[in-house]
Design a binder for this molecule. Sequence first.
Ligand code: SAM
Length: 246
Amino acid sequence: MTSEQNVLVLGEGLEGATASWTFSGKTAEVFDQHVSKSVPAYESGHHLIVRLSDFFVRPDTNVYEIGCSTATLTAKLAERHRRKRVHIVGIDIEADMVAAARTKCEALTNVSIVHGDAQALDFEHASLIVMYYTLQFIPLRDRPSFLEKLYGALIPGGAILLFEKTVFEDGEIQDLISQVYHEHKMEQGYSSEEILGKSLSLRGVLQPCTSIANQRLLRTAGFSKVAVIHKQLAFEGYLAIKGLVD
Ligand SMILES: C[S@@+](CC[C@H](N)C(=O)[O-])C[C@H]1O[C@@H](n2cnc3c(N)ncnc32)[C@H](O)[C@@H]1O
């Protein structure tokens, strides 16, 4: 039997097929556990974003988390800025994620959870836009215009915090980082079959770029200041600031 025909095991009881990873259905139910085991430094990345958000979030603006999943980070941002007259907006394309996000944010009066494809939505008067491992699921050809749209929605001095899984330019480094990442997943309790299954299911769905390409994308969209602010194996975070003058 070929890998295309196999039912793949993906961890947390999830099943799938090659090149067919989805965030809908059962994935939403087990997402919090799955993502925190799969993404190295998942929680410390959230902490970094929350701390950095203090420098950019302004009263009477919108703060967006695009691809909020179950709203773990959206809720942390809302809690941090609850005294600031700021509207925190979590967005996700998957109805099951949106339902879980709305439940998690029920008690937070400064949060809206929007169901939709971020590529088709309008953004406005934003002081901060966060994408925590979401842009990697948007088709490569659409990323330049999408980032230009987000740049246009930011107020001067506003920022984007973008986290992405990346690939290394050097094949040898890519190979050894991949091996260490597999070991990390084994330490999280995943079997070899689950690790391979997840990797096959993400084929063509998660499209990573190099660090250089991501930084170039941000600069081309208009951001005058771009820096790498987080790095753990292939998982990288960028801060991109819109200049006070365009
Ligand atoms: C890796 S998860 C994000 C994790 C989340 N930010 C966190 O901190 O736990 C990616 C999310 O992006 C969503 N997504 C993918 N493409 C999207 C799009 N075009 N518009 C809105 N959400 C999207 C997926 O449904 C998924 O929930």
